[in-house]
Design a protein around this ligand. Structure first.
Ligand code: JFZ
Length: 398
């Protein structure tokens, strides 16, 4: 079976950016540091000697892997990708290749990736990890830290072969089946990217590799952060996205997208053929911020009732630019109209239908609707009020 099958059907995953950066949470030397929270070491040019002291304070005693996986599951998320090593180089897993890791360098002493991989296996959620294979602001041969190291003296291929690949072997050996390896910031040459891809697949051939391995060697295309393409995109692709404006926790980023916006984004992405990898940025105590939890729960409630129109669906068969009222997905003999802007006058015209429909009904109530189809054009008679305040799904059945 094609290893992409589960991923194509899953549509919706949880991204988790968690690390030492959750301690400063966007503030350094009493100054608020602009930009995304997990980049604070770079943005504030924090010397390694200063930044690594954060490890001594990192003791997320409220972390509960089962709770996080339950939040993902209740949200209707089918896979989970957590930062094993972000650009700051701190390893959120037990590794023998550096003591700069959560088990050896912090009072916490536990391995959250181990606990999460076990909780995911128990709950039937696919487990994956993010790994920064290019930028590493702690390792002398990793890219990006020009304030502690002389860039001219770096040996990147040595870093990749003698540090990155051995750590990937640990992650692909000690944490059970890995659904996704989410590389970040393209590997600089086709040769090194190919070597990396072949190495990963030599250990777990079923693992899916994200587009940011670079050199077009991913199993799917990764869009830009929070980037939803304007049109239907062929092939497999994913939008990584935030609920507020940062991946890593920032204490003062309260710009949370509404649940309605998040559901719209999910439907929009699926209608164009993609997956939605939606991020949470847990605090230094190990808590997923409540505004994220509330929104994910509400997304899950909508998906519980309407998931048939999302999971396993194909991209829209209708030209999206004509759908002034919403979006469209399809699965087998059903077309799902996602109506966000309800026609108050009780009628909806739908053009370019690929087949004659036998019946039309709201997904929630299943009560047949009257309609008239002339060729590919359909006129639907709708109740004057929507059934769902965010997205009412109407089924057109062949
Ligand atoms: C990267 C990271 O730098 C960032 O901290 C976060 O982890 C994000 C998910 O990934 O940021 C990127 C990388 C690549 C693009 C955009 C943001 N891109 O290619 O458009």
């Amino acid at each position: 079976m094609d290893k992409m099958q589960w991923w194509r059907e899953a549509k919706f995953g949880m991204f988790i950016h968690w690390g030492l950066y959750a301690i400063p949470a966007g503030v350094w030397d009493d100054k608020t540091i602009p930009g995304i929270g997990e980049w604070i070491m770079f943005t504030a040019r924090i010397p390694i000697k200063e930044y690594e002291k954060l490890a001594e304070q990192f003791n997320p005693v409220r972390f509960n892997a089962e709770e996080w996986v339950s939040i993902a599951k209740q949200a209707g998320m089918r896979y989970l990708v957590i930062t094993a090593k972000h650009h700051d180089g701190f390893c959120m897993f037990d590794t023998k290749y550096t003591d700069y890791n959560i088990v050896k360098a912090t009072p916490f002493k536990r391995d959250p990736l181990k606990e999460l991989s076990q909780a995911c296996q128990k709950e039937g959620i696919r487990f994956g990890f993010y790994y920064s294979q290019m930028l590493d602001w702690h390792h002398p041969d990793g890219m990006g830290n020009f304030w502690d190291f002389d860039p001219a003296k770096k040996n990147f291929s040595k870093y990749l072969r003698e540090y990155v690949m051995p750590q990937l072997e640990e992650l692909l050996t000690n944490y059970g089946p890995i659904g996704v390896v989410w590389f970040d910031i393209d590997t600089p040459t086709p040769e090194l990217a190919r070597e990396l891809r072949e190495f990963v697949l030599s250990i777990q051939p079923e693992t899916i590799i994200s587009g940011r391995i670079g050199q077009n060697l991913g199993d799917y295309q990764e869009r830009g952060d929070n980037e939803i393409p304007p049109t239907v995109i062929p092939g497999d692709w994913e939008t990584p996205a935030t609920i507020n404006d940062t991946w890593g926790y920032k204490s003062y980023d309260h710009n949370w997208k509404s649940t309605g916006q998040l559901i719209y984004n999910l439907v929009d992405i699926v209608s164009k053929g993609g997956n939605y990898l939606l991020n949470v940025g847990p605090t230094a105590e190990g808590i997923i911020p409540e505004p994220s939890v509330v929104r994910l729960k509400e997304m899950g409630e909508w998906l519980w009732l309407n998931g048939e129109s999302i999971y396993g669906c194909e991209r829209s068969p209708l030209p999206l630019e004509k759908l002034w009222w919403g979006k469209c997905t399809m699965k087998e003999n059903k077309i799902y109209l996602h109506i966000f802007a309800w026609p108050w006058y009780g009628k909806l015209e739908v053009a370019d239908l690929p087949f004659a429909i036998k019946k039309a009904y709201p997904l929630l109530t299943k009560e047949s609707l009257s309609f008239k189809q002339e060729g590919n054009n359909l006129t639907l008679i709708l109740p004057t009020k929507p059934i769902d305040p965010i997205d009412t799904v109407i089924v057109l059945e062949k």
